[in-house]
Design a protein around this ligand. Structure first.
Ligand code: DP6
Length: 347
C-alpha cells in the first residue's frame, strides 16, 4: 500500500435552533438548525502509511505541539469508529491540526475539528477503496462520523444553513446525520454575518457532555424538546418568507432557553457574565434605535454571537468598536459570516 496524505479545512458553526440533550449513541433529542461559518475553522492534515499491526497507531500535533489531552480524545474516538473504518488498525496515522481562531476565544472547537477529522477519514477511505466516490455518500458518511465525535460537528460538513435531526417537514432529515438546507432562502437571510463578541476567554465552566447530561432528568426537558421542534418549524417559515421579526425573536429565544435549561437543572449553572446581559440590552436598544435587523445568540458560555445582514456591516462594526469595545464590555471580536462549508486542500 502506498502511503498518502489528505488535508481538509472545516469550519465551526453557530446554532440558531439549539441541540441540547441527547440519547443513545450521540443522537439528538430535538432537531437543530445552524449557520456554517467562514473564518473560524480547523485545518487538518492526516498522513497515513501501512503498519499491518492490527493496532491503532497515531501521532498528533496541535498547532505544532503535542497535546496529550486532545490526542487521548482522538484515539478513543478513532477506536470507537473501527466498525465504520475497519482499515484504521492497519494504518500508522499522523494528524497535524490547527485552528484559525485562538484557543482562548471561547469558541467550541469540537465542531470544526471533529468535522475536519471525519472528512479526512472519509478521504482516506476513498483513496484506499474508492468507496465514497459519489459526493452525496461522501458527505453523508462524513456528517455521520462527525456526529459520533461531537453532535454539532455533524452540521459543519455542509455550508450555509444546515439541519440535523428528524423533522417531519424534511423526508431526508435524520438524527444520524445532518442535511444542507437547500430550499428557497429569502434574500433577507442569504448573506448573514456573525460577529463573535468575546466577553470572557476562560475555558468553559461546563463541558457540552456534562451539559447534555443535565437534560436527562431535567424537569423541563419534555417541554424544551417540544419547544425546539416548534421553533424550528417557525424559523423555517420565517426563512422562506423573509419575516425578520420572527427570525430574530426565535433566535434570541432559543439562546435564552438554552441558558434557562442550564440555570434550572439539578446542578445549576449560570454561564452568562454580567457583561453578557449588558451587551444583550445594548443590542436590543441598538436594534430599536437604528432599525437594523440584528439579533444575538449564545452557546453554552458567556460570549455573544451577533447575527445580522451583511449589508449592515459598517453600522454594526461601529457599534461594536465605539460602544462595546470602548466601554470594555468585550476585549475583542471575531468578524465572521456564513460560509460555503469545508474545502479539501491540496497537499
Ligand atoms: C450549545 O456538539 O459540543 O453549542 O455532542 O457532546 O460534543 P457533544 O456536544 P456539542 O453541543 C453543542 C451545544 C451547543 C448548541 C448547538 O451547537 O446546537
Amino acid at each position: 500500500m502506498k502511503p498518502g496524505v489528505v488535508c481538509w479545512q472545516s469550519p465551526s458553526n453557530i446554532a440558531l435552533i439549539k441541540y441540547w440533550g441527547k440519547y443513545g449513541n450521540q443522537l439528538p433529542q430535538n432537531p437543530s438548525l445552524s449557520l456554517t461559518l467562514k473564518n473560524a475553522l480547523t485545518k487538518m492534515k492526516v498522513s497515513y502509511s501501512f503498519s499491518g499491526s492490527g493496532k491503532l497507531q497515531t501521532e498528533l500535533l496541535f498547532e505544532g505541539k503535542e497535546s496529550p489531552l486532545f490526542h487521548k480524545k482522538v484515539n478513543s474516538f478513532l477506536t470507537s469508529i473501527f466498525t465504520y473504518f475497519p482499515f484504521l488498525n492497519q494504518l500508522k496515522i499522523r494528524i497535524e491540526t490547527e485552528n484559525t481562531f485562538p484557543h482562548s476565544a471561547g469558541i467550541a472547537s469540537s465542531a470544526s475539528s471533529m468535522s475536519a477529522l471525519a472528512l479526512c477519514l472519509c478521504s482516506i477511505e476513498n483513496d484506499l477503496f474508492e468507496s465514497l466516490k459519489i459526493k452525496e455518500d461522501f458527505y453523508k458518511k462524513a456528517s455521520f462520523i462527525a456526529r459520533l465525535g461531537s453532535g454539532s460537528a455533524s452540521r459543519s460538513v455542509y455550508g450555509g444553513m444546515v439541519l440535523w435531526g428528524r423533522h417531519e417537514g424534511f423526508s431526508a432529515s435524520s438524527n444520524e446525520f445532518a442535511i444542507p438546507f437547500r430550499e428557497k432562502i429569502h434574500p433577507n437571510f442569504e448573506f448573514l454575518n456573525d460577529a463573535i463578541l468575546i466577553v470572557n476567554e476562560s475555558v468553559k465552566k461546563v463541558s457540552s457532555s456534562q451539559g447534555h447530561a443535565l437534560m436527562q432528568d431535567h424537569p423541563y426537558a419534555k417541554s424544551r424538546f417540544k419547544q425546539a421542534k416548534a421553533s424550528l418549524t417557525r424559523i423555517l417559515g420565517a426563512i422562506r418568507s423573509g419575516n425578520t421579526m420572527d427570525f430574530m425573536e426565535i433566535v434570541e429565544n432559543e439562546a435564552l432557553s438554552l441558558h434557562a435549561m442550564m440555570m434550572t437543572s439539578k446542578m445549576s449553572f449560570i454561564l452568562m457574565d454580567p457583561d453578557t446581559i449588558h451587551i444583550i440590552d445594548k443590542i436590543r436598544f441598538f436594534r430599536k434605535e437604528n432599525k437594523v435587523d440584528i439579533c444575538f445568540t449564545l452557546d453554552a458560555g458567556p460570549n455573544v454571537h451577533l447575527i445580522y445582514p451583511k449589508k449592515d456591516r459598517h453600522q454594526v462594526k461601529e457599534f461594536i468598536e465605539n460602544d462595546l469595545i470602548a466601554s470594555h464590555q468585550i476585549k475583542k471580536w471575531i468578524d465572521d459570516c456564513s460560509g460555503n462549508g469545508p474545502i479539501k486542500l491540496m497537499v
